[in-house]
Design a protein around this ligand. Structure first.
Ligand code: FE2
Length: 272
């Protein structure tokens, strides 16, 4: 059984939060609030926070569970697994730190945030991907302790783990891990309603003069169609559609470390 958690927000450090905000206002149709310390960009079902610091680093990811009861049960499960969850009673959240130092903040889903506005360009924050030189301890933390479920693994001919896709609900991945020389943020994705909506988003990127950096393509693991743009810090930002939904008893998939795994339709960005 999954945690039934969804990704609802993320926080990145940046040497120029205002430049990122301008980029995401234009590309992801977000509105910005800035209190001088934290820059918050919001759109329907997507929220990005930027704090001054080095580029390409995830500070925190925020998740929501369906109820306070499910959050309490998850907190107990994490204690039983030897983790040290920190509860913030005032905020109603529970925080953990992953092996790379990212804060994972779990709260309860706000029922009013569930309805997609009648916006033809709705896109819901859905997953993040991280680069790490050591994917094994990260996978062990997320899968064996936190309770994410492994959907697919990518191994090279020597059997070395190159990528892992883990889910916190029925959607194929909430987090992807890529082996890479540097530990850094790779990308986030917003899932839109269908393939035609992805085309609308691609046209929108053209209308604001932002070229597609990768795609349109179709990932092997997850089978989603996608494209990515590149923000001023070099973070990748994805729009995806039709991501696989997994049955509870779906076996773990194994993929070769090859360009076609990352893009069934053509060229790929291999992180290592
Ligand atoms: Fe992705």
């Amino acid at each position: 059984m999954t945690l039934d958690a969804v990704l609802v927000g993320l926080e990145l450090s940046s040497p120029d939060p205002a430049a990122l905000a301008r980029f995401y206002e234009a590309t992801y149709r977000m509105q910005t609030a800035d209190d001088g310390e934290l820059t918050v960009c919001r759109g329907a079902q997507r929220e990005l926070r930027f704090r001054r610091g080095p580029a390409n680093q995830l500070l925190a990811a925020r998740f929501a569970l369906p109820s306070a009861e499910r959050l309490a049960a998850a907190e107990q499960r994490w204690r039983d697994a030897g983790l040290a969850p920190q509860r913030d009673a005032a905020a109603g959240t529970v925080q953990l730190i992953d092996p790379a130092g990212h804060a994972l903040i779990f709260g309860v889903k706000n029922p009013t945030s569930d309805t997609l506005a009648a916006d033809p360009m709705a896109a819901r924050l859905q997953h993040i991907a991280l680069r790490t030189p050591t994917p094994e301890p990260m996978l062990e933390f997320y899968a064996d302790k936190l309770g994410f479920v492994v959907s697919d693994l990518v191994r090279d001919p020597e059997g070395v783990l190159r990528a892992a896709f883990v889910r916190a609900d029925e959607e194929h991945h909430t987090l992807a891990l890529f082996r890479a020389p540097q530990a850094q943020f790779d990308h986030f994705s917003c899932e839109t309603s269908d393939w035609s909506a992805l085309r609308v988003w691609a046209d929108h990127m053209a209308s604001v003069d932002v070229p597609l950096h990768w795609g349109v393509g179709r990932h092997g693991p997850g089978n989603d169609t996608f494209f990515m743009v590149r923000d001023p810090d070099g973070n990748l930002a994805e729009i995806s559609s039709d991501l696989e939904r997994c049955d509870p008893d779906r076996p773990v998939g194994l993929w070769p470390h090859a360009a076609k795994t990352l893009n069934q339709w053509g060229v790929a960005i291999l992180r290592s």
